[in-house]
Design a protein around this ligand. Structure first.
Ligand SMILES: Cc1cn(CCC(=O)O)c2ccccc12
Length: 161
């Protein structure tokens, strides 16, 4: 049973993330989207909120499950009996950041990382940019699913009406 883990902070889950999950779900029998908990960073959404939003967003993908994770990623890969880590990339900058971790994960446990380019329409989109645009009253609808767009709209502390 081929299983892949797709880790991220997902604060919030964007359509760029969704593209990567969708593509992975057609190529692996099981996909585990892992919301990685960063104890030093309070996100806009709680981990539980992020999990719920991703589960709702991916309800059409029966082989996708969502969970949180704290600690070494390769321990999660082992716990989930997965063989592969999938990381979405937007640019060479993402690759430069991800490559050392992929090498380390291979050395630590033999887990391979498969890199996948996201949809070019979202290559400029980061979760932090989305939150900043929302905070300043900009339209983030093109980059989020309707439910997550609504959740962001309700949560953001807008500096301008
Ligand atoms: C929003 C977003 C961030 N990244 C970098 C890695 C991450 O933080 O998830 C992506 C990679 C592919 C598609 C979308 C994204």
């Amino acid at each position: 049973m081929s299983a892949a883990v797709i880790p991220g902070s997902y604060d919030p889950f964007t359509l760029g993330h969704r593209f990567v999950v969708t593509q992975a779900a057609t190529r692996f029998e099981r996909v585990i989207v892992a919301v990685v908990v960063n104890p030093n960073k309070r996100g806009m959404f709680t981990v539980a909120e992020r999990i719920a939003m991703i589960e709702a967003d991916c309800a059409d993908l029966p082989n996708v499950t969502v969970r949180s994770w704290t600690g070494l990623l390769v321990d999660l890969v082992r716990e989930e009996d997965a063989t592969t880590i999938v990381k979405g990339l937007r640019s060479e900058t993402d690759f430069a950041y991800e490559a050392p971790m992929a090498q380390m994960n291979r050395e630590l446990s033999g887990a391979e990382t498969f890199f996948m380019l996201t949809d070019p329409r979202f290559a400029h989109v980061s979760s932090s940019l989305i939150k900043e645009v929302a905070r300043l009253g900009g339209d983030t609808a093109p980059y989020l699913s309707p439910a997550i767009h609504q959740a962001l709209d309700n949560r953001v502390d807008r500096v301008r009406a």
